[in-house]
Design a protein around this ligand. Structure first.
Ligand SMILES: NC(=O)c1ccc[n+]([C@@H]2O[C@H](COP(=O)([O-])OP(=O)(O)OC[C@H]3O[C@@H](n4cnc5c(N)ncnc54)[C@H](O)[C@@H]3O)[C@@H](O)[C@H]2O)c1
Length: 375
């Protein structure tokens, strides 16, 4: 038997743009579909229980090897594999390196690619630039949450952390809440908050306000999107939160206990958080592990018996499928926690790959004309 030729489609960043990665509404639709599949259970992620966020290379504080990287702000490598069912029915992996120091070199903090593979043969189907894809899928998640959890008439949003991820979150949230009129912006760097406020005016047509303090920003928001890096610890105060607020957490924050205990907490996917807790126990340094993940402050309160256990909690996918209630009253305070899952990278990558193939975008690359079989 002659061997089979294998080619795959390479999509550069301009190709991914042409294929539709900046179509915010489409990205939110794909994320919503993904939430439903998560809730149905038609997916597999890494790790023994199929629910791991991914596996990282975390650099040591010091090393005797001159070329080995050492720990630094936001410095890590991560591989995030998944299979996703439904119409996607494909395997894929997001692979990225992150380093705060990149920005001084004219690069984004993290540099990402996604590869899709045939679920049976493992042949690559597509390799694509994934900086915009990853930002779009990360933003689309709070977009879906805003649709189901935010008050319909919400007019004022707040953005804490004015980087690319919150830009993407805001675009998605705005696409679901057309009544938004004003955006308060806060960042440790005032100029970033001002630039973000300007951007919101031009791009979203809302009045952008650079908040003078974190407190002013939090007090103003009916919908608050949190996507700050770990450059400086972020400390939220429950006393600043108004009744009926929806806090959409895509990045880490600490808060007083009441911030969490007086709100309904909705998770992106409960089994993912159960896996984080299992991984924390296995690490032998539970508190240290909790400190490095977005849900850490919540798991600490669950362990102390102050919040209901994860097993009794709600995943957004269950709400999307009508198996759990969406927002029940205008007074309800809701915190939505999203830690990022590779199934969202795979679904959006698949959608973009299909769109590129339909439109003739991208470059076909040869893996082999026929595989060179070793004896
Ligand atoms: N949930 C997910 O799926 C997901 C995916 C990607 C990134 N993230 C997280 O989103 C966050 C933002 O990512 P990014 O790529 O935009 O990062 P970035 O570093 O480019 O921008 C983040 C911004 O946060 C600001 N910041 C840092 N500490 C702050 C504080 N205490 N108060 C206010 N602002 C503060 C920084 O000055 C910066 O402007 C990161 O924490 C990242 O890990 C989450």
């Amino acid at each position: 038997m002659t061997g089979k030729k294998t080619e795959f489609l390479y999509l550069s960043e301009p190709d991914v743009i042409e294929a539709g990665v900046l179509d915010v509404k489409r990205c939110v639709e794909v994320a919503e579909e993904t939430f439903a599949l998560l809730s149905e259970g038609d997916y597999l992620m890494g790790g023994p229980n199929h629910n791991s966020h991914g596996m990282g290379i975390i650099f040591p504080k010091e090393t005797k090897f001159p070329n080995m990287p050492v720990a630094g702000p936001d410095r890590r490598f991560f591989a995030m594999p998944a299979y996703l069912g439904g119409r996607f029915d494909v395997c894929g992996v997001k692979w990225y390196g992150s380093n705060h120091a990149n920005q001084a070199k004219g690069l984004p903090r993290s540099v990402l690619t996604v590869q899709l593979n045939d679920k049976d043969t493992g042949e690559p189907l597509s390799l694509m630039s994934a900086n915009l894809l990853s930002a779009a899928r990360t933003g689309a998640v709070p977009g879906v949450a805003a649709r189901y959890l935010a008050r319909k008439g919400a007019a004022v949003a707040s953005a804490i952390g004015c980087g690319p991820i919150n830009e993407s979150c805001l675009k998605s949230i705005h696409s679901q809440l057309p009544g938004l009129k004003k955006l308060y912006c806060f960042d440790v760097f005032d100029e970033k908050a001002r630039a973000f406020a300007d951007w919101a005016g031009k791009e979203l047509g809302v009045e952008g306000v650079a908040a003078k303090s974190l407190e002013e920003c939090v007090r103003a928001g009916e919908v608050i999107t949190v996507a700050a890096s770990r450059l400086k610890p972020l400390l939220l105060d429950s006393g600043w939160i108004r009744k009926g607020t929806t806090v959409l957490m895509s990045g880490p924050a600490k808060a007083d206990d009441a911030f969490w205990t007086k709100s309904r907490i909705v998770y992106d996917h409960v089994p993912l958080h159960e896996t984080y807790v299992e991984e924390a126990i296995a690490s032998g340094d539970k508190a240290g592990y909790y400190a490095g993940v977005i849900g850490g402050p919540i798991y600490t309160l669950i362990d102390a018996g102050k919040i209901q256990p994860l097993a009794q909690s709600t995943s957004l996918g269950d709400i999307v499928r009508g198996k759990a209630p969406k927002r029940e009253s205008d007074d309800e305070n809701i915190v939505f926690v999203a830690c990022g899952m590779p199934v969202f990278d795979v679904s959006l990558a698949f959608d973009l790959w299909q769109s590129a193939a339909r439109k003739g975008i991208g470059t076909k690359l040869l893996l082999w004309n026929e595989p060179h079989m070793l004896k």
